[in-house]
Every structure is written in C-alpha cells, then in structure tokens.
Ligand binder design. Structure first.
Ligand SMILES: [Fe+2]
Ligand SMILES: [Fe+2]
Length: 277
C-alpha cells in the first residue's frame, strides 16, 4: 500500500471560514488516511456531517473526540450528556465507517509503516495545576481568580462519573490495558486530542488553562508504547516538538483569527505524520 498518513484537528466547523477550509481538504493519493484529532465542532450534527464528508474522500478516517465534541450545548437538539454522548458519537462513526478509540487499532502499511494507529481518549484530571497551587481546588480557584475558566466546566458533563477527572482516570486505565497488550515489535502512532505530556502547554499565554489540557498519568506513554510519533491538538499551537527522541505533532487548524495570523493567512490544515523510514 502507498499513500500518506495525514492528520488534522480542531476544525471547529461552527465557523463558516473553517467549513471552507474543510471543503479544501483532499487526499493527495487514493490510499491516504486522515486522522481527525478532535474538536471537529460543538453540535452532534456538525461532528457527524463533517466526518461523513471526510470519509467520502479518504480511504480511512480515524477520529478521537475533543472536549468540544463532548459538550452538551443548550441549542443542540441532541441532549445526551457525558459518556452517553461519547458512545452515541461512536455509534454514528461506526455507521459512517469512521474508526474511533473503541475500535481495534488499525495497522498502517503505507508510507512510514507498518505502525499501529491508536486513537486514544484520555481527557484531563487537573494534575497540570496552576502555578503555585498544590491541589485541584487551589488550581481551580486560581483559574477563577485569573478569569481563565474552560467552558468544559459548564458544558462537558462527566456522567455517569462523578467528575471529569474520574472519567479521565477510568479512560486512562482502560486505554493503558489495551496499549500494553499490543505486539511489542510494532511501533505506534498515538493520537489524543489532549497532549500526552505537559511540556507543550508551557508556552500557553494563560498557564492556568493547562489544568484542562491533560494528565500526568500519560507522561511516559510515548516511550512505553513505542510511539513513532504522537499526534495531538487542543492547544491551537501547531508545531513539532520532541521528547525523549519521540516526535510530537500538534496538528490543529484552530479558529479563523488564529490561522489567519499564521503563514500569510493561508491555512495549511493537513500534516503528513510519517515519512519514509
Ligand atoms: Fe480546539
Ligand atoms: Fe480542545
């Protein structure tokens, strides 16, 4: 098989300008796969319609949820909350033939392969605390005092878990078991909306926001689970970094005002994840 493994995240299709960017996303080769690393949109229909459109174009689409997909916005006719909403999105993806974190991790055998492509969904647990704070409560209080509070606090409901951090810990435990059971002879591409390590958040304008960006529980997954590359989004700071010799790719498009400020305002939404090894 030839073709490329491509990735994008944070399409935020509620913005008409971003929908125009999505319309421009095409495979360069009929065998290309597209990774969509979360924050497609806020409403249920926006998410499923966009994935359907991309699935019609790419040989395979691999999706993992962002925090925005998990919101229950007041204007959305789909009123499901928390895990039920996530599982309803997974069911829609199965109907559309889009792979999710609930499916068997597929093997990529095109350019840069073979690699096991693993879409993950691990959320956050408030362990990336605001500067000078030592508990979740102190960290949240610091964020409120700074006026930097993630909208998840109002729209991302954790049911049936008591808290978002409980949901995170359950996701981490289940995902860790699956990753540990993979063939140790095959490298992985780990895909998660939130970064697996804290360092990428250190250049954010508001350090208080990091508590909604990930968890310390995944800090060694890139080495433990043999990642050839880690793909993430959420920060809206597209760039390439390296930790312990493993490449991390932030592949977000972001909001129109953000992508207009980059590269002469021309969005280059899709990134090649692997090259020939
Ligand atoms: Fe986003
Ligand atoms: Fe996000």
């Amino acid at each position: 098989m030839s073709g490329d493994l491509l990735a994008v995240s944070d399409l935020h299709v509620a913005y008409a300008d971003n929908r125009a960017v999505v319309d421009s996303i095409r495979p360069g080769h009929p065998d290309d796969w597209l990774i969509v690393a979360g924050d497609v949109g806020e409403t249920f229909a926006h998410v499923t319609e966009t994935l359907e459109l991309l699935r019609d174009r790419f040989a395979r689409v691999v999706w993992t949820p962002g925090n925005h997909e998990l919101w229950t916005p007041e204007h959305d006719p789909v009123t499901l909350r928390g895990e039920e909403r996530y599982l309803a999105l997974v069911a829609e993806c199965r109907r559309l033939d889009v792979l999710t974190p609930e499916d068997e991790y597929p093997l990529w055998t095109g350019t840069g392969g073979p690699v096991r492509v693993a879409p993950l969904f691990t959320l956050y647990d408030y362990s990336w605390r605001a500067p000078g704070t030592h508990t979740k409560e102190e960290s949240l209080a610091a964020a409120h005092a700074a006026g930097v509070v993630c909208t998840d606090e109002f729209f991302l409901h954790p049911e049936p878990y008591a808290t978002r951090d409980d949901w995170c810990r359950a996701r981490v435990a289940g995902t860790e078991r699956r990753l540990a059971a993979l063939d140790p002879g095959v490298p992985t591409v780990l895909i998660n909306h939130h970064p697996l390590r804290r360092e990428p958040t250190e250049i954010m304008w508001y350090p208080e926001f990091a508590q909604w960006c990930g968890t310390d529980l995944t800090a060694d997954w890139h080495t433990r689970f043999r990642a050839a590359v880690v793909v993430y989004g959420h920060l809206h700071i597209p760039r390439t970094t390296e930790y312990d010799g493993v490449r991390f790719e932030e592949v977000s498009l972001g909001y129109p005002r953000e992508w207009r400020a980059r590269v002469n305002g021309t969005p280059q939404p899709v990134r090649k994840v692997l090259t020939v090894r």
